[in-house]
Design a binder for this molecule. Sequence first.
Ligand code: GAL
Length: 423
Amino acid sequence: MKKLFTKAAVVAAAVCLMVTAPLMAQAKDNLSGTLEIFSWWAGDEGPALEALIKQFNEQYPDVTVENAAVTGGSGINARAVLKTRMLGGNPPNSFQVHAGQELIGTWVKSDRMEDLTWLFEEQGWMDAFPSDLINLIGTDKGIWSVPVNVHRSNVIWFVPANLEKWGVTVPADWNEFLAIAPKLQAKGIVPLALATNWTVNHLWESVALASMGPDKWDALWRGELAWTSPEVIQAWELFGKVLQYTNADASSLSWQQATDMVVDGRAAFNVMGDWAAGYMNTTLKLAPGTGFGWAASPGTDGIFMFLADSFGLPVGVENRDTSVAWLKLVGSREGSDIFNPLKGSISPRLDTDLSLYNAYSKSAAGDWGKNRIVGSLAHGVTANEGFMSDFASVMEMYLKSRNAEQAAKACNAIAVKNGIAKK
Ligand code: GAL
């Protein structure tokens, strides 16, 4: 009797599953072959992706997943490899790409992505994601990727007990930072930990946002504020002052090593995206609030500079069915809530289960709901790949010359070249 009941319950559950999740049940049938996932989430950055792949493996045990992650923060190496593969006609089944211009202005523009509108409609995602985010991954011709997270770029990290010990508080703006930095230096503490080149661009966007404010930041990307305007020159000047208080060996460090400097008490602060929260909590096992603290980067309280990672479906992949199955998991509530609590990001979905997230992520989710939202340059929202790589060259030039006016002029030239500014 008990056995029969159990069997009946299993059948009932199976019927229920077929009704509530017909797509998942169908997809399970006959799905085999390989699925190559391309990203830059390797090593210390890997746990969230690995958890998502584990979930995929459980759902599709006959599919062999190849985790083709190319290490290097912000995709500095991965994006170059991806370009070679895409242009060489050898796309991975799905690849990590930033929502915004990195996707639209690079891969969609060159007709390399499949339109996923049908998938969004089939999965009920038109209502599951905020419409602003859908606009960012869409054009009038389609929707081109599936968002997996929302990260915040403008965050300053610190260890509360260390600040107390050193008698400093979190600077509300960059002038406050410039006032306390010499005091920290006098104690042998690096005021602001910095790492390899792309993290310099990352710091720049927080400083520029603070210096010019969100309206002008947005105007810059709409081509309505000249790159040679006094506001932009002032931002470069402020940036130069801030750079004086960073570590001399920055270019040889990974972003994680800059975070380590704060954690170990060698540095007071670090401005980094909230993947640093993922690293400190998931990898270093530090508790948010005590092990590490956070605030909006100086001068940007009330503003959330965001970026979103997403996965797309390149045109012409082998085993396309496995790509689609992967994208379904990426966009699902379940997938999102497996991935994001480990990553330091928040779910891009409107129905996320916040009880699964730590104190940092809860506070980020609160800010996401009420702050002014602007896009990140360093992580693909506001500008295409062409501008981003040209900007990196301008930055290199600036680091040598420290000439704000020259940097602003060079930015103007690359903005015109990459279709952001008119002349
Ligand atoms: C960003 C990416 C994040 C994180 C970070 C550091 O570009 O969106 O998810 O990986 O780089 O590598």
